[in-house]
Design a protein around this ligand. Structure first.
Ligand code: TYD
Length: 205
């Protein structure tokens, strides 16, 4: 079982990854929570370069570094864990690249799709939750945080990213579920668990 969370910064992905992991543990699953970019020592180094270094990176370099980090994580951790029966939950995966580097930065979506395919070898999540949060709410939630390099890109960039995520969800409705994340943690959690129950546990008593 491979589940990913997507959405703009401040939408609560990491909180819900943890809550879902706890839920699946109670169902008897071994779980692993990952984050992208990151999850291996190599990919965490790339994360530092991308998010906190002083290098000025053009969108193409950004794309290739995110894909390099993803490739290492997919080959070394995700595939092995899935084969071992672990429920893998990732805070971001290739939809982030489509939304941020594709729709946000404006790189040709055909190129993005090819790069995403290359880094994942075609591995797709069983289900992806896009936590949809209004930009003002996201800004309010992130006002006390130090912004990473990508988050410094400004509001119009984030509006394009949000539009991108919505298009991704429309294009792949069977995989990508839009969750309204403007409410309380509990309200968001309940929506997520309903979908998980429908997809994985409906036939169980
Ligand atoms: P994230 O770990 O969600 O940030 P935080 O720890 O602050 O919650 O994501 C890191 C940043 O990288 C985020 O601004 C989104 C960006 N990103 C991309 O632009 N493209 C990608 O492919 C990925 C995985 C992340």
């Amino acid at each position: 079982m491979f589940i990913t969370f997507e959405g703009i910064d401040g939408c609560g992905k990491s909180t819900h990854a943890k809550l879902l992991s706890d839920f699946l543990n109670r169902k008897g699953f071994k779980t692993l929570i990952l984050r992208e970019p990151g999850g291996t020592e190599f990919s965490e180094k790339i994360r530092d370069i991308l998010l906190t270094s002083e290098y000025v990176l053009n969108p193409e370099i950004e794309l290739l570094l995110f894909e390099a980090a993803r490739s290492h994580l997919t080959q070394n951790i995700i595939k092995k864990e899935l084969n071992a029966g672990t429920a893998v939950i990732s805070d971001r995966y290739f939809d982030s690249t489509t939304a941020y580097q594709g729709y946000g930065r404006g790189i040709d979506l055909n190129i993005i799709n090819i790069c995403n395919h290359l880094s994942t070898n075609g591995l797709k999540p069983d289900i992806t939750f896009y936590l949809d949060l209004e930009i003002n709410e996201a800004l309010a939630r992130s006002k006390d945080r130090v912004l990473d390099n990508i988050e410094k890109s400004g509001n119009s960039f984030f509006e394009k990213v949000i539009e991108g995520y919505k298009k991704i969800a429309i294009e792949e409705p069977d995989r990508v579920i839009i969750i309204n994340a403007n409410g309380t943690v509990e309200e968001t959690y309940n929506q997520i668990i309903n979908h998980i129950n429908q997809k994985f546990f409906l036939n169980q008593t």
